[in-house]
Design a protein around this ligand. Structure first.
Ligand code: ADP
Ligand code: MG
Length: 253
């Protein structure tokens, strides 16, 4: 049984076939890359996996379970977390508070949080401790108390990953995590992504627009264009694949 399996998935918006007959298999422990030109359908694939949009056709299996009929709030507890292409942090609160919020989300109902129930206080300390550990893992221990919005862009992206990790996922979906970063920040980020996979044992799919950015860390890469998968293989195979090169050349033109 594959860890994650998308089978002949379709998704259209009006007349636009955002994802078309898309099939993808990811094995447990893999670090997979999903690349392709702008508008290829990459983000839509994440939106389908996380249940943000229902599929038109096809099926998505996670650890053998069909996710297609489930809503996002039912999918997250099954162990799937994501980051977004555009940052979605609470800019005015601390990096730490941003991560703690994710712990609260997983553990408490709104009413429990509102009335500070007994187990809330106990777990609040635990959540704080774990959030600090996560920020430390992401190399941000000394930034924990700074307002997230005041951190350099690359650090904000890492806070967002820490927040996704607080949901304790088995599968982590990263949507263009390197966007807007300088080469040095990208190098650091790549090492962190690799460590999340290897040290924390979390399976990862990382979307990247610029294919060279993920090539050195991914075990396998799939390339999309116009909603369809046009190639998949090892980074070496993908980098020299004629259809992949043509897709990127077409975009430049
Ligand atoms: N919610 C939506 N409503 C309408 N069109 C959408 C929506 N989401 C994506 N699309 C369209 O689907 C196509 C694929 O988009 P997307 O998945 O965001 O591509 P990528 O992430 O590869 O750049 C694009 O043509 C985009 O405009
Ligand atoms: Mg996108």
């Amino acid at each position: 049984m594959a860890f994650l399996e998308l089978l002949n998935v379709d998704k259209s918006f009006g007349g636009v076939k955002a994802v078309h007959n898309f099939t993808l298999t990811v094995q447990e422990g893999e670090l997979a890359g999903l690349i392709g030109p702008n508008g290829a359908g990459k983000t839509t694939v994440f939106n389908l996996i996380t249940g943000l949009y229902p599929v038109d056709n096809g099926q998505i299996f996670f650890q053998g379970e069909d996710l297609s009929p489930l809503k996002p709030y039912e999918i997250i507890p099954r162990g799937i977390a994501r980051t977004f292409q555009n940052l979605r942090l609470f800019a005015r609160v601390s990096a730490l508070e941003n991560v703690i919020t994710a712990y609260r989300k997983c553990q408490y109902s709104f009413l429990e949080a509102l009335f500070h129930a007994g187990r809330w206080k106990l777990s609040e300390a635990e959540a704080r401790k774990r959030a600090l550990e996560l920020l430390d893992f992401m190399g941000l221990a000394d930034k924990a108390l700074q307002a997230a919005g005041t951190l350099p862009y690359g650090h904000q992206r890492r806070v967002e990953i820490a927040r996704a990790l607080a949901l304790e996922p088995k599968l982590l979906l990263l949507d263009e995590p390197a966007a807007g970063m300088n080469p040095e920040e990208i190098e650091d980020l790549n090492m962190l992504i690799k460590r999340i996979c290897t040290n924390l044992g979390i399976t990862i799919i990382v979307i990247e627009h610029h294919m060279e950015l993920v090539m050195e860390i991914c075990d396998c890469v799939a390339c999309m264009n116009f909603g369809a998968k046009i190639a998949e293989g090892t980074p070496d195979e993908i980098q020299s694949h004629p259809e992949v090169l043509a897709a990127y050349l077409g975009e430049e033109a």
